[in-house]
Design a protein around this ligand. Structure first.
Ligand code: ZN
Length: 314
């Protein structure tokens, strides 16, 4: 069974569920078929930038507006991961993002996701899942600080904390003070960095924010000293090939540095990021890594092993 470290729960809705909810709320015409919706909603070709993808996310915010819907999504994501052959999954969500339109309290959001996940796990007791709290950097340092406080108040219910969003407009150094609290509390920290931004962002994530893992981190390949640091400190990169291609962080799969990072001894894992919006699954990402990026079977097995070793779920 696979281990997946990087999957956004709040944008992981099954497409059929997303369409059903959007139709119920009048956000999508009743006549829209699943195929037509897939064609319109799923991103098939590279967008202008990572920021352009981030703008696509409002539909998720609009439909995740009641505890029972959030619970359903939690349960369905577990079912979907199981169907993909995943035995251990780390699911991340941003309370600020989910609560922004719905006005549900963060406590209510966390509790609803937890109930859904428990419901899913009850059907697959051999599976393991854990929640990572995302601090959304686009809302600025004050809101990130509030999210870190929420995380610390609920630290036993989360396996770790993440910083996500636009790294170009909101570099890691802006959030040092908030993440210091998480570091002092010995939290497991993973940071989105080196995706669209350069290696300096990965350095900052490690040295200023205490990252134990890096979300994406593919541009680390540009800096040999950083590659050495990742290798020596066993800092695992959570790489998401389709996501990197669709957000134009790489120009083609053939140019993806996944294989090179692996051969340099950097622990690298393979993940889906936002499977609904990118129209992917974990087996599909492994297939891309094999067929298009050119990893061998033993390298794929190595990625599986790195994911197991780097998991925050113990
Ligand atoms: Zn991500």
């Amino acid at each position: 069974m696979n281990t997946e470290l990087h999957r956004h729960l709040d944008v992981s809705l099954r497409l059929s569920t997303l369409l059903e909810l959007a139709q119920k709320k009048g956000l999508e015409a009743q006549s829209t078929s699943l195929e037509a919706f897939r064609e319109k909603f799923v991103i098939h070709k590279p967008l202008d930038s990572l920021d352009a993808v981030l703008n696509e996310f409002t539909l998720f915010q609009k439909v995740l507006d009641r505890p029972e819907i959030i619970e359903r999504v939690g349960s369905e994501v577990i079912e979907d991961c199981w169907a993909e052959g995943t035995g251990t999954v780390e699911l991340r969500f941003s309370p600020l993002f989910v609560g922004e339109f719905s006005k549900l309290s963060w406590d209510e959001i966390l509790g609803s996701f937890e109930r859904g996940i428990q419901r899913g796990l009850a059907r697959h007791p051999e599976m393991k899942a854990g929640l990572i709290c995302i601090a959304s950097r686009n809302y600025g340092p004050e809101e990130v600080g509030r999210t870190v406080e929420f995380f610390l108040a609920n630290q036993t219910r989360f396996i770790g904390i993440d910083l996500a969003g636009s790294e170009d407009s909101f570099p890691c150094r802006v959030f040092v003070e908030s993440f210091r609290q998480a570091e002092l509390a010995h939290a497991n920290i993973t940071i989105h960095a080196g995706e669209s931004g350069g290696p300096e962002n990965v350095w900052e994530a490690i040295e200023l924010l205490g990252a134990k893992r890096i979300g994406h981190g593919i541009r680390s390949i540009e800096d040999p000293a950083l590659v050495r640091k990742l290798r020596e400190k066993r800092i695992c990169l959570e790489v998401c090939p389709t996501s990197n291609w669709l957000t134009r962080c790489v120009s083609s799969f053939q140019d993806h540095p996944l294989g090179q990072l692996l051969r340099e001894g950097v622990p690298v894992s393979i993940n889906t990021d936002d499977p609904a919006i990118f129209g992917t699954t974990l087996p599909q990402e492994f297939e891309i890594a094999w067929k298009q990026i050119g990893l061998s079977n033993s390298e794929l097995a190595q990625c599986r092993k790195y994911a197991e070793q780097a998991s925050f779920i113990r």
